[in-house]
Design a protein around this ligand. Structure first.
Ligand code: PDD
Length: 296
């Protein structure tokens, strides 16, 4: 039973650091009953939270949007992070943060003056498989049947887990979701396509999560003069694209080599992917150097 927690290095609940197997919450927690919560997944590289400011800003934004009280100041989150990272090696990990509305008898209405439940843990991050980066992954397109506030990073994820499972059952690594003929995002990733000489990714809006990795890739393209536009593209345009990539905090940038039964271009990662992958790795390395200099 404890084996399932082997990769979880440390955990925290409501002010206390606990052994992962002892991380318990009430069965009346609204996170469990309604999926009434917000979460974040933050990569940890070299013992440092990657793009921490952006993750904290998105967390606070989402909490404000759904009316859950912000449970921690920035300084308090940093204390949680420091505590969770105290036993972490130099290898890649990720931080999971979940804030739910709290514990109360079941009632759809927001209960007054209850304290949010804060749960966080740090887990080893499986290295992004070199093979997938070299060969690309297979995705399938599926109709996006989620709600109209996919910009909120909520723990209500039944649609996303179901869509990812459907992809797996079709032998694919990800479900790329299509709404009214237009690609929105993946079940847990954002999507980029190289069409003509330009990289396209869907603009921010209610139909997709504003991914922190997506935003970093856009920032790197901007900084390094790679032609791009935040513009929607159709399923067919994606299938015909020269290159397709997916991005997320746990997958970084991942090339797509097959969509449904079609090979993307030559069926292997293209030159624009390679450029962005290298820029991304350089950026990670630079963050590590900067962090070391700040400490030293
Ligand atoms: N998922 N879109 C969806 C629906 C997501 O769930 C995610 C991330 C992304 C990419 O966002 P980011 O670059 O900020 O990780 C896009 C996380 C990793 C998860 O649920 O595990």
């Amino acid at each position: 039973m404890n084996d399932m927690f082997d990769d979880v290095v440390s955990a925290y609940i409501n002010g206390e650091f606990v052994a992962p197997a002892d991380a318990h919450i009430s069965a009346f927690d609204r996170g469990l009953i309604f999926g009434d919560g917000i979460y974040e997944v933050v990569p940890i590289y070299g013992g440092q939270a990657f793009r921490w400011d952006a993750h904290l800003a998105r967390l606070n934004n989402n909490l404000d949007t759904v009316g859950i009280r912000r449970p921690c100041t920035r300084q308090e989150w940093e204390q949680v992070l420091t505590g969770l990272l105290s036993r972490v090696s130099d290898k890649a990990h990720y931080l999971y943060i979940q804030v739910t509305r709290g514990v109360a008898p079941r009632n759809h209405l927001f209960p007054e003056s209850i304290a949010p439940t804060v749960f966080a843990y740090v887990q080893k991050l499986a290295p992004v498989a070199n093979r997938s980066v070299a060969k690309g992954v297979t995705v399938v397109t599926i109709a996006d049947f989620r709600w109209h506030r996919c910009d909120i990073k909520t723990t209500s994820l039944i649609a996303n887990v179901w869509l990812r499972q459907q992809a797996k059952e079709q032998g694919a690594a990800e479900a790329v979701l299509v709404r009214d003929g237009v690609v929105t995002e993946g079940a847990a990733t954002n999507v980029f396509a190289v069409i003509g000489d330009i990289v396209l990714t869907a603009p921010r809006g209610p139909n997709l999560l504003p991914g922190i990795t997506r935003d970093l890739v856009v920032e790197l393209m901007d900084r390094h003069g790679v032609a791009y536009e935040e513009r929607a593209f159709t399923e067919q345009q994606m299938i015909d694209a020269e290159e397709v990539w997916i991005t997320s905090s746990t997958n970084e940038i991942m090339p797509v080599s097959r969509i449904n039964d079609h090979a993307v271009a030559q069926g292997r990662p293209g030159p624009v992917f390679q450029r962005m992958y290298d820029l991304f790795q350089q950026y990670k390395a630079q963050c590590r150097t900067d962090a070391k200099q700040n400490v030293g």
